[in-house]
Design a protein around this ligand. Structure first.
Ligand SMILES: [Zn+2]
Length: 64
């Protein structure tokens, strides 16, 4: 049984995704990969360029 969980909740991840993460300045972002469940993968994609906010940090799909 895999120990990985969705980055944003306790659900089992659907897949690993490459994201940009930042706190205040989108230009000052780090590029990481995180595990996401189906629900949060949809939310991330829906949030688009403004990013999905979670615990004071923003997440956006892709490294650009
Ligand atoms: Zn989730």
């Amino acid at each position: 049984m895999p120990l990985t969980r969705c980055q944003f909740c306790t659900a089992q991840p659907l897949r690993e995704v490459a994201v940009s993460r930042w706190r205040d300045d989108p230009e000052d972002r780090e590029r990481i990969t995180i595990e996401l469940c189906g629900k949060h993968l949809r939310r991330l994609n829906k949030a688009g360029d403004k990013g999905h906010k979670h615990l004071g940090q923003f997440y956006k799909a892709g490294f650009w």
